[in-house]
Design a protein around this ligand. Structure first.
Ligand code: GLA
Length: 570
């Protein structure tokens, strides 16, 4: 009876509906699942099937194989250690036919070493603010709280909140102020040289923060914004420099007020209150609009109300405007003039009102790269411009947007004016009410963050931060990797070697070093002779593995499919 029951259960298990067809024997698949840090593999088949499931690992650090065991039960736990990059291959052999299928999977592994308990500075070494504009800068120190903060050499008008570590106030006299940021807790003290540059330029390093679009799409609400902003503080992402909190499309009311001004819809009951709350935590507020009469999501745009809208945004405390072409197409089509000037016009118009505000507002152009925006974006004083259409969380998008489309654009990025290859697609995403894990593999996610940092790209987290797992936090909070994105020289990387599926991207750094990304774009694990490539590039010196935060010998290393080794040579 018990045997019958067991067989029944097995048949039930093996009778699950299949996700997709694979190789012989027909309609059997292997499925790896990873949830809450646990990984398992199962045989999926629509009919009763018997055989042997075997698991073997390949340690990507040592190149050793690991015996993961064998079972007849149709599913097994993958013995996964989060600190190790292991490629597990499951093979199933059908008892009746002797035929087998196999599939490989790399569970999430964490490379970023844990931060020390003592204070450590993780932010950029320079910050630009216009004379007289409010400074809102949460100093990016990790380490145990409570922590106390002070700043040496603070110019007149600037103030430091000693408990929260928020630099505030206003400085009216232009100049470079060389400060020392000091953070102290029971484990030690960190002193960080820092330049406060009071002058015409802002965004001296690429913006970092969060945007609502890739997770919530048109279902964003004030509550959801606060939830991600709170998590940015609680999970320590603000200690790494993520400080813009940007509301994307769908905050707008259906109609304008009698005086023509815009207001928020019911999902955002108190925009000014939200702005104040963010500023109180040293975070900045971002908003979205369109030069057209309608946005991409068919909400109200700013056409004909540019000045009024900018004034409203200023009154809410907006520090970042994403200005999305979309509905402007109708206006554009009315005019037979299709010269560059007509692409520039709506952005130039808004720039005038944006820069007239008594606060620093990051000006983000979103027009998906038309009319080679990188050639004129700086002329409308844009702080960044989208260089692509919308990103999605697949390798095809990552490859095309990241590697193909950005390769020729390196000459156009510079401090104050950045190429923007779109927002990050790691963590829980969904573009709507229902969120799910990013579909990028773990190594594609390492590649994504490495490449975006090499590209000096805007780093806007696109997921629900409140649901962010340890892996994603570690992925987004590696201070040595982020230092490449935030390098004050602001030079974007370019491909310097393309050797079949191996690409080497490189950028010079302000301290004389060179950042390198060694990417394996193939579907296979590859042993890559990094030393040979460095020689080819005439690069010598200490080789630092930035993800692992340790110096390595310039030898050969295994790189996962679609994976990366990110290095600094100094
Ligand atoms: C466009 C933009 C996206 C997002 C949506 C909002 O598609 O490219 O980033 O802002 O509009 O509707």
């Amino acid at each position: 009876m018990i045997l019958k029951l067991l067989l029944g259960c097995l048949a039930l298990f093996l009778g699950q509906t299949n996700a997709r067809m694979t190789t012989e024997p027909d309609i059997i698949d292997l499925r790896f699942t990873e949830e809450n840090g646990n990984c398992s593999v199962s045989v999926i088949s629509p009919s009763k099937i018997r055989g042997e499931l075997r698991l073997e690992g390949f340690d990507l650090e040592s190149g050793e194989t690991i015996d993961g065991g064998v079972t007849k039960s149709g599913s097994m736990v993958v013995p996964h250690d989060k600190a190790k990059a292991v490629r597990w291959t499951a093979s199933f052999t059908d008892k009746k036919t002797g035929q087998s299928i196999s599939k490989s999977f790399i569970p999430k592994y964490i490379l970023t070493p844990a931060a020390p308990k003592s204070p450590r500075y993780n932010g950029p070494s320079v910050f630009g603010v216009r004379p007289g504009s409010p400074i809102i800068l949460r100093l990016a120190f990790s380490g145990e709280r409570p922590m106390s903060f002070s700043v040496e050499g603070l110019p007149e008008g600037a103030v430091i909140d000693a408990r929260e570590g928020i630099l505030g106030g206003k400085v009216s006299v232009p100049g470079d102020y060389n400060l020392t940021l000091v953070a102290e807790n029971e484990f030690g003290t960190c002193r960080q040289p820092f330049t406060l540059r009071v002058g015409p330029k802002i965004a001296l390093t690429p913006p970092m923060g969060w945007n609502s679009w890739n997770c919530w799409g048109l279902t964003v609400s004030q509550e959801k914004v606060i939830s991600s902003a709170s998590a940015i503080l609680l999970k320590g992402l603000a200690d790494y420099g993520y400080n813009y909190i940007n509301i994307d499309d769908s905050w707008e009311a259906d109609t304008r007020n009698a005086d023509g001004s815009i207001s928020a819809n019911d999902k955002f009951p108190d925009m000014k209150g939200l702005g104040d709350w963010l500023h109180g935590h040293g975070l900045r507020m971002g908003i979205y609009s369109s030069p057209g009469d309608r946005t991409c999501g068919n909400y109200l745009g700013s056409l004909g109300h540019e000045k009024q809208d900018m004034e409203t945004f200023n009154s809410w405390g907006v520090d970042y405007l994403k200005y999305d072409w979309c509905g402007y197409s109708r206006e554009f089509d009315k005019n037979p003039d299709k010269s560059i000037a007509s692409f520039v016009r709506p952005y130039l118009k808004m720039e005038e009102f944006l820069r007239a505000q008594p606060r620093d507002i990051f000006y983000s152009l979103c027009q998906y790269s038309t009319a080679e925006v990188w050639k004129w974006g700086h002329a409308v004083d844009a702080n960044s411009w989208r260089t692509t259409s919308d990103i999605r969380d697949t390798w095809a998008f990552l490859y095309d947007i990241g590697f193909v489309q950005q390769a020729p654009l390196y000459p156009y990025s510079q401090p104050g004016h950045w190429n923007d290859p779109d927002m990050l697609v790691v963590g829980q995403l969904g573009w709507g009410a229902h969120l799910r894990d990013s579909r990028l593999t773990v190594d594609e996610q390492y590649t994504h963050i490495s490449l975006w940092c090499l590209l000096a790209a805007n780093l806007l987290i696109g997921c629900d931060v409140s649901r962010m797992d340890d892996f994603t936090v570690a992925l987004l909070c590696n201070n040595e990797v982020l230092a490449i994105d935030q390098d004050p020289l602001g030079k974007q990387a370019r491909p310097v070697i393309v050797d079949g599926d191996i690409q080497i991207w490189s950028r010079p750094l302000s301290d004389g070093g060179t950042a390198i990304g060694v990417f394996n774009l193939s579907e296979e694990v590859r042993k890559v002779d990094i030393g040979r490539y460095l020689e080819q590039l005439s690069l010598s010196g200490t080789v630092r593995d930035l993800w692992r935060q340790k110096d390595i010998a310039p030898g050969s290393y295994w790189i996962a499919p679609h994976g990366v080794r990110m290095l600094k040579i100094k």
